[in-house]
Design a protein around this ligand. Structure first.
Ligand code: UTP
Length: 468
């Protein structure tokens, strides 16, 4: 690096002014390459932003006078009229798919700390019978949709510095799961440093400041920086189906959802499910000071969580499942007008250097991490569709190693869903299928209707059963 010495002095000076000069404490012991790496890292740091964030933590001011209101989602189709409407919306969505106006966005840059799996979460083996990975499962759904609608659906996959290489290698090793390589666009999200209780940056190596991915809301900056938005423009993509890597039941490019979004000329739309109970720890789509957004679980009082409407249903019942459609022009608006989504602060365990310069993994939270959330963009949507869906058909995330929302509940929920398809087709199954392992490849049938169209049977299904 040219003028490394000059750059060092400039950055040291900047760090000193912001009370962060300790990041250069090991400077004299570093090799040339280590020095260059540290300078590159520090050069990109927004010290002023970090300072402001620390002030927010110190002030610890809860926003006052926040008014919350529930929203009424488009309900599950029950009446004949609603079923007709669903069909019409599906036709709108299917047309957009056939016309090549739809792309898919997957965010897979997270660290999967709770799952504790060594590697990107997307390579986690999840198929109840085949153990196919989350990535493969999603890729097959996309491939099946492409075949059904005779279309291309470019797939934009967000990774982070910590898992990018492994993710791309995994796709390469598996031949992109049958997808054309030029329809898969990887892009890397940004990173954010963490601060300790005193507002100091945390070093995790003598030549490195600890950083973590800047949240799924980092997607807007990353889409723009990577050229993905331009790619969407060049391909004539108008609608982006957004999903997260951990949901095994996600209906990728669901035409009904796309159809509603397009028909209502929405900017950003959200799928929701009724909450399991008042204290289920999910965010709720609602209005915050009159604007659409996701009300975080921790921002609701027990009273609000338990409030009921005149029919006795939970008032705040639109549980957010992190599935969205975004119009490309809305993504452009956020990117081009430099709309800044807020930073969310989380008190977390952050590896740090002890006095001997050794990395320590703490047992208790010792630092603050900062993330942006995609759903805060709802705030800026002039039009939005909130669509209720059936949890058992569309939402089962792999978050934890055990218990709720874990690999075992995800496999169980897939098995239960496929059992219901098989039963409707006339197959005989025990009432409780939780001891079974059932799996139907998206390449065999993407949904219940396609399945019913293809099979009919009366056989007894064995305990482990896979259809491709
Ligand atoms: P989660 O909020 O569940 O986080 O991400 P996580 O990183 O997967 O798991 P924990 O919290 O460390 O246990 C929901 C989705 O958002 C993506 C994840 O990859 C997942 O698909 N995500 C999250 C990102 O792409 N980037 C981030 O910075 C955070």
């Amino acid at each position: 690096m040219k003028d490394a010495d000059a750059l060092y002095h400039e950055l040291l000076d900047r760090a000193r002014r912001m009370g962060q000069e300790h990041i250069f404490a090991y400077w004299d012991q570093l090799t040339r390459l280590q020095k260059e790496a540290l300078l590159r890292q520090v050069q990109q740091m927004d010290f002023e932003l970090l300072h402001r964030l620390h002030q927010t933590i110190v002030a610890n001011k809860k926003p006052v006078n926040v008014t919350l209101e529930p929203v009424q989602p488009i309900p599950l189709p029950r009446t004949e009229e609603q079923k007709q409407q669903t069909k019409q919306m599906a036709a709108v969505g299917e047309q957009a798919l056939r016309d090549g106006k739809v792309g898919a966005i997957l965010v897979a840059g997270g660290q999967g700390t709770r799952l504790g799996f060594d590697g990107p979460k997307g390579i986690f083996p999840i198929g109840p019978v085949t153990q196919k990975s989350l990535f493969q499962l999603h890729a097959e759904k996309l491939l099946a949709a492409r075949r059904r609608y005779q279309t291309r659906v470019p797939w934009y996959i967000m990774t982070s510095e910590s898992n990018h290489e492994q993710t791309v290698t995994f796709f390469e090793q598996h031949g992109y799961f049958g997808l054309p390589q030029d329809d898969v666009f990887f892009f890397v999200q940004g990173m954010m440093p963490a601060l300790d209780e005193q507002g100091k940056l945390i070093m995790d190596r003598p030549d490195h400041v600890f950083m973590s991915p800047d949240g799924h809301g980092g997607i807007f900056a990353a889409l723009k920086k990577s050229g993905a938005v331009e790619d969407m423009q060049n391909r004539g993509i108008e609608y982006l189906f957004y999903f997260q890597v951990d949901n095994v039941l996600v209906k990728i490019c669901d035409p009904v959802f796309l159809g509603y979004h397009i028909h209502q000329q929405a900017d950003m739309s959200a799928k929701v499910v009724p909450k399991r109970d008042p204290f289920e720890k999910v965010g709720v789509v609602g209005r915050i000071n009159g604007k659409l957004g996701v009300i975080e679980y921790s921002d609701m009082s027990d009273e609000e969580k338990q409030a009921r409407d005149a029919q006795g249903n939970l008032l705040y019942n639109a549980g957010s499942i992190a599935i969205h459609v975004l119009s490309r022009r809305f993504i452009e608006k956020i990117c081009n007008h430099d709309i800044e989504l807020p930073w969310h602060i989380a008190h977390k365990k952050v590896p740090y250097l002890d006095e001997q310069g050794q990395t320590v993994q703490p047992d208790a939270p010792n630092g603050y991490k900062f993330e942006r959330f995609i759903f805060d963009a709802l705030n800026y949507a002039e039009r939005a569709v909130v669509l209720e869906v059936d949890r058992s058909e569309e939402f089962s995330p792999v978050k934890n190693a055990e218990g709720e929302d874990s690999p075992s509940t995800a496999r169980r929920d897939m098995t239960r869903l496929f059992a219901s398809w098989l039963r409707t087709a006339g197959f005989s199954l025990p009432e409780n299928v939780d001891e079974m392992r059932l799996e139907i490849s998206p390449l065999f049938a993407l949904d219940r209707d396609e399945f019913l169209h293809k099979v009919e049977g009366h056989l007894r299904i064995p305990k482990a059963f896979y259809l491709e």
